[in-house]
Design a protein around this ligand. Structure first.
Ligand code: ATP
Ligand code: SKM
Ligand code: MG
Length: 175
């Protein structure tokens, strides 16, 4: 069983993904990091040199490769992953999707640091962070809502999510 974390930039997919992988003793992968390794360029450079459409194609290709691998893993997706190239269908077909449903206020506070913005090209070029987050969440919610499971902000810790999985009968290795 593969576990796929989806949600807005700053919602904590990478952070929670690492924690859940440790909790269940599963391999952890971060889709953004896999794309960087494949392209040999950091994400802002991919956007700058080749544009978003090229990034989205790479993202879709690498996602499908990971989904086709045998064995369980935890994958932190990119913020936009479920919203392009029918990726949501791939995610829901091959594993359990979990949406980290975090408020715009919290996202804005977490992403306020300059280093957080610089590594996220859509944010870096968008103008005021909070307005971009609100507009983007409005557009993406229809995709995120199709996740099989959802954690709201206070319950997005590894222990709370593991308890939710146990209740939902999600078949992951015992912690
Ligand atoms: N539960 C949490 N409580 C407080 N801060 C958090 C929490 N989860 C993540 N953060 C912080 O928020 C920032 C963004 O987290 P993270 O990189 O895990 O988000 P992400 O969803 O992977 O973002 P992206 O989509 O851009 O890759 C980091 O500085 C991280 O330390
Ligand atoms: O929200 C988005 O569309 C993105 C989020 C990041 O995880 C990266 O995948 C990239 O910067 C695009
Ligand atoms: Mg991340």
């Amino acid at each position: 069983m593969k576990l796929y974390l989806i949600g807005m930039p700053g919602s904590g997919k990478t952070t929670l993904g690492r924690a859940l992988a440790a909790h269940y003793a599963l391999p952890f992968l971060d889709l953004d990091a896999e794309i960087v390794a494949r392209a040999g360029q950091v994400i802002p450079a991919i956007f700058l040199q080749h544009g978003e459409a090229h990034f989205r194609q790479l993202e879709a290709d690498v996602l499908r490769e990971i989904a086709a691998r045998p064995g369980p893993l935890v994958l932190a997706t990119g913020g936009g992953t479920p919203c392009f190239h029918n990726n949501l269908a791939v995610l829901n077909a091959a594993g359990i999707t979990l949406w980290l449903d975090v408020s715009v206020d919290t996202l804005a506070a977490r992403l306020a640091a300059a280093a957080e913005t610089a590594s996220r090209p859509l944010l870096a070029t968008a103008g005021p962070t909070e307005a971009w987050l609100r507009k983007t969440l409005d557009a993406r919610k229809q995709f995120y809502e199709q996740a099989r499971l959802r954690c709201t902000e206070a319950a997005c810790s590894a222990s709370a999510v593991a308890a939710q999985f146990a209740t939902a009968g999600v078949a992951l290795p015992p912690a």
